[in-house]
Design a protein around this ligand. Structure first.
Ligand code: NAD
Ligand code: WQD
Length: 333
């Protein structure tokens, strides 16, 4: 299939490009490079030995130059701003970027008769989850930040679109906590400034770029008191998109993409230290506002219907994150 990837120069989009090409699909990328660089596309070309048509474009702008040159079978929509804390201080930027982009994209896809879309959603739409492990039946919850609301609202827009016109095929993928990097060490996550997420923070402490890890709370109702999350290797997540394409003809579907296993912050630190023979100094601090204690998926629907499951374990996630950290100095901003 010929696939349009929005946000394809980003962390998850770049890994998905690699897996799509490996699976025999062809890919065209649109990205405004607000959180990535064109060098990522070159690195993906190096890994795949394929040429990737790339358009540096903001999705809120006129996209006809892309559609006049290509006819797509499906679109995977990754593009969006994703920094939770920044979305609290700059809500209009987030609503404008994420919602206006999506509306413009959908209208353009419709005008060009491409009605197959896969959307990057997040476990954040469950809010404080009503059940653990979280199935797709779990009701959506109150989001604690504008970023989360943009995901929840876009899910609603896509649901209403499908209800109004069932010739659309929509797959909503709710990612849990993507970590790790491609085994080549050529692509990975390159957060600008001080990382918000756990693994990028750990890798920067291990490399000495940051002093110590601040663990946000050890008084949760978990065995060691620290927060539990469902970390998933980004290559497994990328393969989830390849698997989802096989189900794109079935109307509207929602899938959790996670491993179904939760690990605590301390387990992450200990495993990272052991696998990579490094030290990660930490201090325990108070809880971070908006955090929940435990969040992990029930991924069985995706296993059943998409014939997909996460293959990599925590050790590979820690190993590949560290490999990327050591290879990526030139990419970090
Ligand atoms: P990322 O920031 O690395 O990639 C997003 C890409 O979209 C970037 O390259 C950015 O330049 C581009 N972009 C942003 N706004 C754009 C616009 N208006 N026009 C064109 N390009 C634009 O993020 P990621 O981690 O790869 O996440 C991909 C998607 O998955 C996002 O929608 C994110 O919300 C979602 N998601 C991510 C996580 C996570 O923890 N990484 C978890 C759940 C969901
Ligand atoms: C994981 C655990 C922290 C950093 C976020 C977004 C969510 C989704 C994925 C996009 C928690 C603890 C973290 C640190 C710490 N993104 N932690 N010290 O919060 O599960 O999810 O990213 O959709 O929307 O909210 O991930 O990596 O920030 O935190 O102790 O410096 O690590 O408290 O228990 P989170 P995270």
């Amino acid at each position: 299939m010929k696939i349009l990837l929005t946000g394809g120069a980003g962390y998850i989009g770049s890994h998905t490009t690699v897996e799509l090409i490996k699976a025999g699909h062809s890919v065209v990328v649109i990205d405004n490079l607000s959180n990535s660089s064109e060098d990522v596309i070159k690195r993906v070309e190096q890994i795949t030995n394929a040429e990737i048509p790339f358009y540096k474009l903001d999705l809120r702008d006129n996209l006809s130059c892309v559609f006049s040159e290509h006819a797509f079978d499906a679109c995977i929509h990754f593009a969006g701003l994703k920094a939770v804390g920044e979305s609290v201080s700059l809500p209009l930027r987030y609503y404008d970027n994420n919602l206006v982009s999506t509306l413009n994209l959908i209208k353009t896809l419709e005008a060009h008769n491409c009605k197959n879309i896969i959307f990057s959603s997040s476990a954040t739409v469950y809010g404080t989850p009503a059940e653990i492990p979280i199935t797709e039946q779990c009701p959506k919850g109150i989001c604690t930040n504008p970023y989360g609301w943009t995901k929840s609202i876009i899910e609603q827009i896509l649901t209403d679109l499908y209800k109004a016109d069932t010739s659309w095929n929509v797959i909503i993928l709710r990612y849990f906590n993507p970590v790790g990097a491609h085994q080549s060490g050529l692509i990975g996550e390159a957060p600008k400034g001080i990382p918000n997420n756990l693994i990028p923070y750990i890798t920067q402490v291990a490399s000495g770029r940051l002093d110590k890890l601040h663990i946000f709370g050890n008084d949760y109702e978990t065995p060691d008191g620290t927060g539990i999350r469902d970390y998933i290797h980004v290559v497994d997540l990328a393969r989830g998109h390849v698997a989802a394409l096989t189900a794109i003809k079935n109307g509207l579907s929602i899938y959790n993409l996670g491993t179904g296993r939760g690990y605590s912050v301390l387990e992450m630190v200990k495993t990272f230290e052991k696998v990579n023979s490094v030290k990660v100094p930490y201090i325990i601090e108070g809880r971070r506002a908006g955090d929940i204690g435990i969040c992990y998926s029930d991924p069985r629907k995706a296993m059943r219907e998409l014939a997909w499951r996460a293959d990599y374990g925590l050790e590979e996630m820690c190993r590949d994150s560290w490999n990327w950290e050591q290879n990526s100095r030139s990419v970090h901003v």
